[in-house]
Design a binder for this molecule. Structure first.
Ligand code: HGY
Ligand code: MN
Ligand code: MN
Length: 412
């Protein structure tokens, strides 16, 4: 009888719309950066919804929020999670969908007065995006032991504000004893790419995540007057950076399956009649294979050395974060597949080229992900969209897979 249970789609869409009002941008997206006031308001709303759904809410020392629904057995929970922080001018669904679909599952189990054997927990991971406080997946990584607490607490944003101070300021600095400790983990997320749409398939089963590496590059030239300074004598930090930026594009395009992006750039003094003396820029390389990822970084390093030699602009590269390619748990993937078949939902397997907290949770417990189709494959932009029908389908896959994993209490 349980496998005929379905989520309340209207309630899910209403919750998504209501959360989407917090940090809403004029173009129909959200800016809800980690530990910002918008993040605090969203967290307070989520905590209220969790409590309304009868969940026991706890906050850990990284601000990760967990809502626990007891099972008939008191043991480690099956966790369904994602994140509610966003990039700048991001979409309504990245992260928020997975958290609110997990909450909708809880609400549905309550409606059905259904108790599972295994407890179920809903988690909101702090700072998945790594936009305000680099790197990404910082707090699931910390719980998995990939980052020391002191490293996390000392991360600063572009204004030099510390992570720990912001976490305390918004009132979400909790306790290490409250950290998630999953028995198994599912993350429902929008695909953020074009594959499912191209194949006309609503649901993706995600066997793994590609490797990701982030570089911080600092170029130090010489600020000087834009007029009297002869071209041969210049050390123009921005002109040198321009070679590196086009180089990232060339390097990535030359390697199959690789992507390369320069997303963040600052220059000083940034005025019309001064030759830029200092530039900082980011580089994001991704590839399914670790050795190839290293080769991309090495090519970039060679280009930087040549550029330094020919321009006299000093170039410092800090490869400060690498997330190795991750493969998820076969049994969980099989459970998702059985659920899709049971729901008669077209589906296919596809690797994630976006990072997710599931990557680090896989260090702690068996983990897997479920995708739903993205319109035009767009994400990290205000145009991010998935249809209500696809969002509903994904939530039902999460519901039925959780029931399969958590087990339903013996009716007697
Ligand atoms: O960067 C990523 O792939 C993720 O959205 N944080
Ligand atoms: Mn995400
Ligand atoms: Mn994202």
């Amino acid at each position: 009888v349980e496998n005929r249970i379905r989520v309340n789609a209207d309630r899910l869409h209403q919750s998504l719309a209501q959360l989407g009002q917090i940090g809403a941008t004029a173009g129909g997206g959200v800016t809800r950066l980690a530990l910002s006031d918008e993040d605090r308001v969203a967290r307070d709303l989520l905590a209220g919804w969790m409590r309304d759904a009868g969940l026991a809410v706890r906050i850990d020392d990284f601000g990760n929020m967990t809502g626990r629904r007891a099972g008939t057995e008191d043991r480690a929970a099956i966790v369904a999670a994602s994140h509610i922080d966003s990039v700048r001018a991001g979409g309504l669904f990245d992260g928020a969908y997975g958290v609110l679909a997990a909450l909708e599952v809880i609400r549905t189990l309550n409606d059905q007065s259904l108790t599972t054997r295994c407890p179920i927990e809903v988690v909101n991971w702090t700072n998945e995006e790594g936009v305000r406080f680099e790197p990404a997946m910082l707090c699931s990584g910390a719980v998995a032991g990939r980052f020391d607490r002191s490293y996390v607490y000392d991360r600063t944003d572009r204004d030099g504000v510390r992570f720990e101070d912001e976490l305390r300021r918004i009132g979400y600095l909790g306790d290490a004893a409250a950290r998630p400790d999953p028995a198994a983990y599912l993350e429902l997320h929008i695909e953020q790419g074009p594959v499912l749409e191209a194949e006309g398939v609503p649901v993706g089963i995600v066997p793994g995540i590609v490797g990701i590496t982030w570089l911080d590059v600092r170029l130090t030239g010489r600020a000087d007057h834009a007029g009297p300074s002869p071209m041969p004598l210049r050390h123009d930090a921005l002109a040198a950076a321009a070679r590196l930026i086009t180089g990232v594009e060339t390097i990535a395009r030359q390697t199959k399956e690789a992507v390369g992006t320069v997303g963040r750039l600052t220059l000083e003094p940034n005025v019309i009649n001064t030759i830029p003396g200092r530039v900082t820029m980011s580089v994001d390389f991704r590839h399914p294979d670790s050795a190839t990822l290293d080769a991309l970084v090495a090519s970039f390093g060679c280009l930087a050395a040549e550029t330094w030699a020919s321009t006299g602009v000093e170039i410092a590269i800090d490869r400060f974060w690498t997330s190795d390619p991750t493969t998820f748990d076969d049994d969980l993937l099989a459970a998702i597949q059985s659920t899709c078949e049971g729901l008669d939902l077209p589906h296919r397997r596809l690797w994630s080229r976006a990072g997710h907290d599931a990557k680090y949770v896989q260090d702690l417990a068996p983990a897997a992900m479920i995708f739903v189709r993205s319109r035009d494959g767009l994400s990290h932009c205000e145009q991010e969209y998935s249809t209500p029908a696809d969002l509903e389908a994904g939530a039902n896959v999460l519901l039925q897979t959780l029931l399969r994993l958590a087990g339903t209490a013996d009716p007697s």
